[in-house]
Design a protein around this ligand. Structure first.
Ligand SMILES: Nc1nc2c(c(=O)[nH]1)N[C@H]1C(S)=C(S)[C@@H](COP(=O)(O)OP(=O)(O)OC[C@H]3O[C@@H](n4cnc5c(=O)[nH]c(N)nc54)[C@H](O)[C@@H]3O)O[C@H]1N2
Ligand SMILES: Nc1nc2c(c(=O)[nH]1)N[C@H]1C(S)=C(S)[C@@H](COP(=O)(O)OP(=O)(O)OC[C@H]3O[C@@H](n4cnc5c(=O)[nH]c(N)nc54)[C@H](O)[C@@H]3O)O[C@H]1N2
Ligand SMILES: [Mo]
Length: 803
């Protein structure tokens, strides 16, 4: 979230689209109700299903799964054509006025630079025109035909209300009602907040769904505002911590990038990742990349990271491509993987195409499971009839089970969706032989190092050089790791005038102190300030809220630097006056920035021309995303890979995302609408958490068995009655379930045909206390978003028959 949970109460419009907050985030959803009940906010829900969130909404609009870019681009067109934008904000805070290269183009579903063979774009033309000083050219009058504003207008011109209805199946009247309410927040003193989760991400166009919404927020002037922002409601309680700490295959902590094999030396790597400002005088905060990186290397390798060995750069692994779960299981399927350490994952239940996952695990030599529970993955080799139809005698994979604790059985911090790091304390000791994850990893680490020392081998150095300064080497404490993340001064640090900033050994209180000369260490620069010389800031528990905005700066600690709303400089106009004085976050008092949040921006005075989006080299919000996205600098509608229409009404020649990656083996397992005519979509229920809570009797009683939801019309046409047993199948397999016939699902008219949706909750399996069940992921396809590779769990094709 750019904002945070409590801040939702400040919104005038709460738009829940691509998520079902009342059900999946029932505690946080109270802030949406608070906005509705105490701030007179309008609550809008756009979802293929009439959800529990929809049941308390002021406006509900149905949508065909996988078509949100069309809906949201329609909103962009509405705002532009009806002049419902915050014009001053758009002019000063976005890249609307910047000029785009002449060779950038869009035609018949493809942007310039497409390579059909590689299914990839050469993004060279997706960039600005630069002047002789290397700065982007701009036209503040917005008349140049090559400025972003005019290209955007042209691009979204096709997304008329008629087209929205045609592609999304959303009745025009519903769509226009939503537009009107959103448009009301183009006023400087009104805001919309968008709450989303997997209904947007789990598509082959997932990242572009979110981008389209972010563009709406820029046009409305809602970024950086209290009650505004782009707000991903995250999944597991600490999944924000996972991305913060860089646990993706091409990442390093603090959103740094792991070097790729193209980065053959430190300098090449740093040059590639340290942007130069593209407009004069910008903050361009990623310009500090070398300071964050060198401090990270000092945290990893300690005294062994030295200038003369490039801080240990050669010890880092170099990637050739991302090793996401789709890639990894494709490799396993092709016998390219020997062993798999599976820590806190249940791939048989949670990854797409369960039968492929089981077949892949069967090809391993060994599988290590680190988990507090027995899972479908740890027992993937057992035969459970139709639910897991395998021959145990034919599977040679050796399975090791290492029982772990769960979060409540250890101290530590959890980073919530709002970037708050909240320290928690252990509730009880773990039962039996369970050890915590740090202890288990430490054990493996010491054993492997010992083997390397005695036997030698390839790639030993990165492990042997690693720093390990824990009081009990077999049991690193959460407190020690947290301080390591925060970072220390390794020498006395002075400012240029010779004043002492931090003493050697001192915990740092800001990442502004990090250096690229080896005199500082920090394992995650955005966490610097979370545990300072004053103590553990994450344990702060003062909920005083003098402004009434809910920023509670004394409660826990938010990255970066305890700032609660990022980009909050954009909450004030170019002169430093808040757009909305009633919800002032920061303002210029003539000498400095002051206010109700930590200013995102304390160096530049108003009028200096420094843009508020300080992480961008142009300092501006991007309506045109120059070189980041895999499938284009503007969002475009592409059909799900398994499309119920069989075509793309906008460009039949390019139906689905041309840059999404699809492996050969998976392409053969994709279905067509003649055989599988209905849209399948998977989702959660409040009564269960993934496949964990089926181990708990009370949850199992609350939702005992697999059911699927269908519309009254589909039930009638298939002769299915409420409570009947049905078989739901896709190209990849089938499940059995109880049918729930409900008005909550409607027949949609899209692409000139009737589209039916089969709703499939995902919580059952063949382990646990609940009735034994089929795994919903037996049905889902192994194809993912072109940027994040998140699988297309929310839109695929199925058939349904009475069993
Ligand atoms: N009780 C409970 N809470 C949970 C979880 C749990 O298992 N149980 N899991 C947690 C996790 S890990 C996560 S990531 C979050 C997920 O939180 P959510 O994303 O809110 O949960 P889902 O139920 O997967 O899907 C949300 C909604 O997206 C809708 N949807 C599907 N396709 C589309 C589409 O194309 N467009 C639009 N606009 N909507 C669509 C679905 O109908 C569904 O209502 O929940 C977390 N909270
Ligand atoms: N069809 C479909 N599939 C989906 C989704 C969907 O919407 N539709 N949602 C996807 C999403 S958003 C997510 S996040 C994934 C989740 O996918 P997974 O992460 O694979 O699933 P979980 O069941 O949440 O967690 C895996 C295991 O972690 C264990 N665990 C809990 N605490 C600890 C701990 O402290 N240490 C260790 N070592 N283990 C622990 C649990 O017991 C559990 O067995 O599923 C994805 N799969
Ligand atoms: Mo998730």
């Amino acid at each position: 979230m750019t904002n945070h949970w409590v801040d939702i109460k400040n919104a005038n419009v709460v738009m829940v689209m691509g998520g079902n907050a009342a059900e999946a985030h029932p505690v946080g959803f109270r802030w949406a109700m608070e906005a509705k009940n105490n701030n007179d906010a309008t609550l809008i829900v756009v979802d293929p299903r009439f959800t529990r969130t929809a049941s308390v909404a002021d406006i509900y609009a149905p949508i065909r799964s996988g078509t949100d870019i069309t809906f949201l681009s329609g909103v962009l067109l509405y705002l532009i054509s009806n002049n419902k934008i915050n014009a001053e904000y758009v002019k000063h805070y976005t890249n609307a006025s910047l000029l785009v290269r002449d060779d950038f183009s869009f035609d018949d579903g493809l942007f310039s630079g497409y390579d059909e063979q590689k299914r990839q774009y050469d993004k060279t033309s997706w960039n600005y025109q630069f002047d002789e000083n290397g700065y982007a050219k701009r036209d503040d009058t917005l008349t140049d035909p090559r400025c972003v504003w005019n290209l955007l207008k042209e691009h979204v011109s096709r997304y008329t209300p008629e087209m929205v209805e045609h592609i999304c199946g959303t009745p025009q009247a519903d769509f226009l009602k939503v537009c009107e309410v959103l448009a009301s927040t183009s006023a400087a003193d009104r805001t919309t907040t968008f709450l989303y989760a997997l209904g947007w991400t789990q598509h082959t166009v997932g990242a572009q769904n979110i981008r389209t919404m972010a563009m709406i927020q820029l046009l409305l002037g809602n970024m950086g505002m209290a009650g505004g922002g782009v707000n991903a409601l995250r999944g597991h309680s600490n999944i924000q911590g996972l991305t913060d700490l860089g646990l993706l295959s091409t990442s390093l902590p603090g959103y740094l990038t792991l070097p790729s094999e193209k980065h053959t030396d430190l300098q090449t790597y740093l040059t590639a990742n340290t942007p130069k400002a593209t407009l004069p005088g910008q903050v361009n905060y990623w310009g500090n990349y070398p300071k964050f990186f060198v401090s990270l290397m000092k945290a990893f390798y300690g005294d062994d990271a030295r200038k003369d060995n490039n801080w240990g750069f050669d010890w880092l692994p170099k990637w050739d491509q991302a090793y996401d779960v789709l890639k990894y299981f494709d490799m396993m399927d092709r016998n390219k993987v020997t062993g798999y350490i599976c820590q806190g994952f249940n791939p048989v239940a949670s990854f797409p195409d369960k039968n492929k996952i089981v077949a892949s695990l069967s090809k391993l030599k060994y599988l290590v499971i680190i988990d507090p529970l027995v899972t479908e993955t740890s027992n993937f080799w057992q035969n459970h009839g139709e639910m897991n139809d395998v021959n145990p005698a034919a599977i040679q994979t050796e399975v090791f089970r290492l029982p772990s604790t769960c979060f409540a059985e250890e101290d530590g911090s959890i980073a919530n969706s709002g970037r708050w790091l909240q320290w928690h304390w252990k509730g009880a000791d773990a039962p039996g032989e369970a050890r915590n994850d740090g202890e288990i990893l430490a054990g493996i680490y010491h054993q492997i190092r010992q083997l390397y020392r005695t036997e030698g081998g390839k790639g030993a150095e990165p492990l042997l050089k690693m720093g390990w300064h824990y009081e009990q080497p077999d049991h690193p404490e959460s407190e020690e790791v947290a301080k390591e993340n925060n970072g220390y001064a390794l020498e006395d640090l002075y400012d240029p005038a010779g004043n002492l900033l931090a003493k050697k050994g001192q915990l740092l209180d800001s990442f502004a102190l990090l250096r690229d000369d080896g005199s500082t260490a920090s394992a995650c620069w955005i966490y610097t300030g979370s545990w300072t010389a004053k103590g553990n800031q994450m344990a702060n528990r003062d909920n005083a809220d003098p402004s009434g905005l809910g920023n509670t700066l004394g409660w826990a600690w938010a990255w970066p630097l305890n700032r609660r709303i990022i980009y909050n400089r954009a909450s004030a106009d170019p002169q430093g006056k808040p757009w909305d004085p009633k919800r002032m976050l920061i303002q210029w008092n003539g000498a400095k920035w002051v206010g109700n949040d930590i200013p995102d921006y304390n160096t530049a005075a108003p009028g200096s021309g420094v843009g508020p989006f300080i992480m961008q080299p142009e300092g501006l919000g991007r309506l045109f995303a120059i070189d980041k996205m895999a499938e284009g600098p503007f969002p475009e509608h592409y059909e799900p890979f398994e499309t119920p229409l069989g075509t793309n009404p906008l460009h039949p020649n390019v139906v689905s995302n041309p840059a999404a990656r699809l492996y050969e083996a998976d392409a053969k397992r994709m279905g067509k609408r003649n055989e599988f005519p209905y849209v399948g979509t998977t989702y959660r229920l409040t009564e269960h958490f993934h496949t964990w809570t089926k181990h708990s009797r009370l949850n199992a009683i609350a939702q005992p068995e697999q059911f699927v939801e269908i519309s009254v019309a589909l039930a009638k046409s298939k002769g299915i009655a409420n409570g009947d047993h049905v078989k739901v199948s896709s190209k990849r397999g089938f499940i059995r379930a109880v049918a729930v016939v409900t008005q909550r699902l409607q027949t949609l008219n899209a692409g000139g045909q009737e589209v039916e949706t089969v709703g499939i909750p995902l919580h059952w399996g063949f382990e646990g206390a609940a009735r034994k069940g089929y795994l919903a992921n037996t049905l889902t396809p192994s194809v993912g978003d072109a940027n994040s590779q998140t699988p297309e769990y929310k839109a695929f094709l199925v058939n349904i028959e009475k069993a």
